[in-house]
Design a protein around this ligand. Structure first.
Ligand code: TYD
Ligand code: MG
Length: 452
């Protein structure tokens, strides 16, 4: 029997060491070194690699015209992928349990099994459960093959035998290679299974989706290791309590990573939300202080979202600051600018910021809406219901111009906003749509006066 030895592997970055550390020497995370048992024969070489003799070719001889994409017909997903699923690509789909990963995979199957043979490998659910879900999603089709298996080598064998047109692996944490002695879900298993399945799929030019669960820090187990291997990484985000979900690409070798897809979970699966601004603004309170609508660009698409601010007297000497959906340090900076440059004081007050709908605003153009929500709450003066503001706030309290001003103005106007406050320097390049009052502002005080 092979000698048993153990190695400590960082669950964040995959760093291996014969010795335990409290803090990973490679990525610096605490308490991430987990013991994994490996037998002597183990190492990563257990998965035999075939040496294939290949020749270099001149880059001009490589043709790109045959890059074939499967269009899923789920337009939000196609956009995030950069225009459909590229043949032979490996796509990692991450997200919290229950967010809808298995649901969207089955919906892709529903669309594509009309023409393609798809193998759905599930290590989590029984065939019966899958059948029930497929029936509910109306995804039953002779072309949808179901395999409940957790041994990656068996799965690979089935892929080689059956040669499906696409493979879904749900999830990679349940897969294992029996020669490796570490348990399923460990970094070694996840990495080796992904590598192993990838070689089979790439060899046959089959696109493959891999579901990866997210750990409590919000990343896929061994994320660094996996992100290097795969072609695209998609994350499903959103509040489980809320019905809508945001699909975001954090890596994409075949498209941009700026696009998001918006879905809503319904009785019959995930539905695309074609008009996210309208959804995010529905239920917006009228004529109350402390809210302002922001406009952020997600890729090529402007999206409107409501920012709420709450400023309340702080009972203790140490005021609280809290921010959801907006960067905490950016909020502190805006508060400091408001105090120093505009004369609004928050030193004896708690400050809370919340972006409605689970959206994250990380674009400087949303600064102005955040500042306006805070001032509105501080002064208890509502921002007009038909008004919206965007602009970046500089440290001198000036409002700086932003990109894509025209697109933002058009989107705001489309949703019925007719008083649009924009940076003064953007004014000359923007055409006002009919019935819209465009107001260019130079500083925070001007902006607030224009909005109330
Ligand atoms: P699921 O796809 O199983 O999540 P994951 O694979 O990411 O863990 O999502 C399941 C959740 O979605 C579950 O809470 C039930 C809900 N759901 C619906 O509301 N409608 C539906 O049609 C389906 C299939 C699921
Ligand atoms: Mg699932």
């Amino acid at each position: 029997m092979a000698k048993v030895k153990s190695v400590f592997v960082c669950s964040e970055c995959g760093y291996e060491s014969p010795k335990w550390y409290g803090k990973c020497p490679s990525c610096g995370n605490w308490n991430t070194m987990n013991e994994e048992v490996v037998s002597k024969a183990d190492n990563s070489s257990v998965v035999k690699r075939q040496a294939v003799y290949t020749k270099p070719v001149s880059i001009t001889e490589i043709s790109t015209t045959d890059e074939h994409r499967y269009i899923t017909g789920i337009s939000e997903l196609d956009r995030v992928l950069g225009g459909g699923i590229v043949k032979g690509s490996l796509i990692l789909l991450g997200g919290d349990p229950g967010i809808g990963k298995s649901t969207i995979l089955l919906q892709i199957c529903r669309q594509l099994t009309k023409e393609l043979k798809i193998l759905y490998v599930s290590g989590e659910e029984s065939k019966r459960q899958l059948k029930l879900r497929a029936a509910r999603l109306n995804a039953e089709n002779d072309n949808l093959l179901v395999l409940t298996e957790t041994d990656a080598q068996v799965v690979a064998e089935v892929i080689r035998e059956d040669k499906p047109d696409m493979v879904m692996i749900d999830s990679i944490q349940t897969m294992s290679i029996s020669e490796l002695s570490s348990s399923p879900g460990s970094v070694t298993q996840v990495r080796e299974c992904t590598n192993y399945l990838m070689r089979v799929a790439k060899g046959l030019d089959i696109p493959m989706f891999i579901v990866g669960h997210v750990n409590k820090e919000g990343s896929i187990a061994g994320p660094k290791v996996l992100e290097h291997i795969v072609d695209a990484v998609l994350y499903f985000e959103g509040d489980k309590q809320m019905s809508y979900r945001i699909l975001r690409a954090v890596k994409n070798r075949f498209g941009s990573t700026n696009e998001i897809g918006v879905f809503q979970m319904s009785e019959s699966g995930l539905e695309e939300v074609q008009n996210p601004s309208m959804m995010l603004l529905s239920g917006r309170p009228k004529n109350v202080s402390g809210t302002c609508v922001a406009c952020t660009m997600e890729g090529t698409r402007p999206i409107l979202a409501e920012v709420q601010g709450l400023v309340s007297a702080s009972p203790f000497g140490n005021p609280r600051r809290m921010s959801t959906g907006f960067d905490y340090s950016r909020m502190s900076l805006i508060v400091a600018v408001l105090e120093k440059r505009a004369g609004y004081y928050f030193s004896n007050t708690d400050v809370y910021i919340n972006v409605i709908g689970g959206l994250r605003l990380d674009e400087p153009a949303t600064d102005l809406a955040v500042a306006m929500a805070l001032i509105s709450s501080l002064k208890d003066t509502p921002v007009a219901d038909n008004a919206i503001a965007f602009g970046e706030i500089g440290l001198a309290g000036e409002i700086r111009s932003v990109s894509h001003a025209q697109e933002r103005v058009n989107e705001a106007s489309r949703l019925g906003f007719n008083r649009i406050v924009i940076p003064y320097n953007n004014l000359k390049n923007v055409k006002a749509p009919a019935d819209v009052q465009l107001i260019g502002v130079r500083n925070i005080r001007e902006a607030f006066d224009a909005l109330t």
